[in-house]
Design a protein around this ligand. Structure first.
Ligand SMILES: Cc1cc2nc3c(=O)[nH]c(=O)nc-3n(C[C@H](O)[C@H](O)[C@H](O)COP(=O)(O)OP(=O)(O)OC[C@H]3O[C@@H](n4cnc5c(N)ncnc54)[C@H](O)[C@@H]3O)c2cc1C
Length: 382
């Protein structure tokens, strides 16, 4: 077991941190709590591609760099430390990149080229108003009608939805209540509409409701046939759950960074508050929590890179890391006293931005249930 990053990973991260300080942090500050315009988001995502972020995960034969999961996780941590909002868009580009292999061959190269150039943004539509944790309850339906599918329904909470030029849509095909879930590529030009959802944080990127009303999609756009979609999606999510954890921990690291400086500078009772035992111990706990969360995520991502199904490791990393991250950001707020809850300091934003990670990519309750099922063989979901 080797806990050392490779030299090229260290160098990559060093260069990426400089880029983030120069390009991403100012952009994030400029658009705090406002949607980053799509052209700006395209520009910044394109610029980060050269470091291996987002769709750079695409295999080299399709023009990507085939970046491994652990390196992507390390990059997502640093990016979320600078801007969790921009990191969400990158993560979705990454997931879209992984799913591109299921796009029918006659559409794949052109789509891959446009995704890599950030000319087209994609999103992944699974959740619905009545199908969240119970994703098999999906109702959005695709009915074969001659040479096309007619799609009706609604998706909810879709990251990148408002930016999207296409969606990888989880739909119920031909009304089959049991084996009917498949995946289909639907383009914006086919006629779906979106509405951005206002949230407590992460509003600089789009989280959207996506509506399909008699949307006609060529039947050749089918990506994964009915019956196989859940397996395909679960395999790809096993890699992205630890990344969500690392993103939350990136926010926690940023809050810790701010807290260390604040504790060194803020004087009470004649000394920096870092010189009071309870503050010093708090900082010690915070740093340990970030480190512990990172190690669980690294372990899961390393297993993914070895080609293993790492669903349990991914679930452990996701729930534990995101909970730890929320605790750390809460402690950072306490260390900042009254200043922590003002808009003059970044902590209150971090507090609002870290919380959604306990819900997205499967709630933390659902992660624990899947670990329990792996331990006992007994399903406690129902
Ligand atoms: C910021 C953000 C981005 C997202 N991005 C996407 C995206 O890009 N694509 C996409 O498809 N979805 C996305 N989602 C949706 C996300 O996956 C769902 O919100 C999540 O799966 C939970 O579904 P729900 O919100 O309907 O909650 P519900 O499923 O209604 O859960 C409500 C509560 O009940 C608990 N619960 C539910 N079932 C059980 C059970 N069996 N046992 C114990 N507790 C249970 C949950 O843990 C939760 O605490 C996103 C969500 C957020 C917040």
């Amino acid at each position: 077991m080797n806990f050392q990053l490779a030299e090229e990973q260290e160098l990559l991260l060093e260069g990426f941190r400089k880029f983030l300080a120069r390009e991403v942090i100012p952009l994030a500050e400029q658009y705090r709590d406002q949607l980053i315009p799509i052209e700006e988001m395209r520009r910044i995502q394109r610029a980060m591609f050269d470091f291996g972020v987002g769709a750079a995960v695409l295999e080299e034969s399709l023009g990507g760099m085939g970046v491994d999961a652990l390196t992507t996780g390390l990059l997502q941590f640093e990016l979320a430390r600078a801007s969790p909002d921009i990191a969400v868009t990158s993560l979705i580009q990454n997931i879209v990149g992984k799913l591109l292999r299921y796009v029918p061959e006659h559409l794949r190269s052109e789509l891959a080229r446009d995704v890599l150039a950030t000319k087209r943004f994609g999103c992944v539509g699974m959740s619905e108003p009545d199908a969240g944790s119970q994703i098999t309850a999906v109702r959005c339906n695709a009915v074969l009608d001659g040479d096309h599918y007619l799609i009706n329904g609604e998706k909810m909470w879709i990251s990148n939805g408002g930016y999207s030029d296409f969606i990888f849509l989880l739909a119920r095909f031909n009304g089959d209540p049991v084996g009917g879930l498949g995946l289909i590529l639907v383009e914006r030009a086919h006629g779906y509409t979106t509405r951005d959802i206002e949230k407590m944080g992460l509003n600089s990127q789009s989280t959207a409701q996506v509506v399909f009303q008699d949307v006609e999609v060529p039947k050749e756009n089918l990506m994964v046939p009915p019956g196989d979609a859940m397996k395909t999606l679960l395999m790809s999510l096993a890699g992205s759950r630890p990344m969500v954890s690392l993103m939350a921990l990136g926010v926690a690291q940023a809050a810790l960074d701010q807290s260390v400086t604040y504790a060194q500078e803020r004087i009470q009772f004649g000394r920096p508050i870092a010189g009071h035992q309870m503050i010093s111990a708090k900082l010690g706990e915070m740093a340990t929590k970030v480190e512990a969360g990172k190690l669980l995520a690294y372990k899961a991502l390393a297993a993914v890179d070895r080609g293993q199904r790492a669903d349990t490791e991914a679930a452990m990393a996701k729930w534990f890391g995101t909970e730890l991250a929320c605790e750390v950001v809460g402690e950072a707020m306490q260390i900042h006293g009254g200043n922590g809850i003002t808009r003059d300091y970044p902590i209150e934003y971090m507090y609002r931005a870290v919380r959604p990670f306990t819900v997205t990519e499967g709630t933390n309750e659902i992660q624990k249930l899947s670990i329990g099922r792996a331990l006992t063989g007994i399903d406690a979901f129902g």
